[in-house]
Design a protein around this ligand. Sequence first.
Ligand code: ATP
Length: 285
Amino acid sequence: MGATDESFIGESRRPLDIAHLTRTLTAPVGPLPKVTVVKASPSTNADLVEGLKEGAQWPHLSALVAEWQTAGHGRSGRSWETPKGTALTVSFVVRPRGIPNDRLGWVPLIAGLAVVRTLKHDGLEASLKWPNDVLVMDPLKRRLSGWGPARKVAGILCEAVGEAIVVGIGLNVSQEEQELPVPHAISLALAQSTNLDRASLLAGIATELGSLLSLWESEGGEGSVPAEVVSACDTIGRAVEVDRPGGSHLSGVAKGLSPEGGLIVEMGAGWVETVLAGDVQLRVE
Ligand code: ATP
């Protein structure tokens, strides 16, 4: 059965089995301490941010999953659009322990790595685009300005509430080309993945996120997890164009990631700047 097979896509769009999902994802059977699955939410991030501000109990790695996100957003209020039943939209509450504050900029990259690991497990060539996107290849290798043959299959949005970080993940699963909002977007179906099962994708991402975070914590925010992020990051080694908030612009070559998770960009011999995620927009040449 192919990923673009209509019945395969139809199967993927069937409503999530809320009782089954909750049972299999929640400890002791699954990896999460608490999972809430709702039919619709304007934005799972906004709901969790509001809940946390009101004092609701969301322990480390608890998750809010929405069958349909009706007003999803990216950074700076940009919209994140996914038609009903076509995407995985989930937000986790993360409370890193033993990590210095200046290393928390790695959290969106580690969440992206959890998605990359899950997609690789299903045989896809997935990578990170610094600071908050997950890429897969267009199977036809068509090139787009600023993206080359890579396409955005998932976006990550992190928002801090006190000590907690709300980590939102939007993963395009079964959209057809005309259901995607921008030309540089792709879905797992269009990338010819053999796994369009949103429940199994969620279980994979939750498990990977949990194990990456506990390893990262045990290594005090250094060590093998940042190293794996660097090796999964497609941005490094490429010529990049960076637009910063306020209108300033940098052109150079991405050389690596700083201890804070910033992108080190070399503009010329010996002229290097570190760009922190903030609200930069980045394109590769
Ligand atoms: P870009 O993706 O253009 O580099 P960004 O990483 O800063 O920007 P975010 O603000 O995190 O993006 O996400 C919002 C942007 O993502 C939107 O402006 C739109 O370009 C794109 N987008 C919206 N919905 C989707 C989707 N379902 N799949 C892929 N991209 C999307």
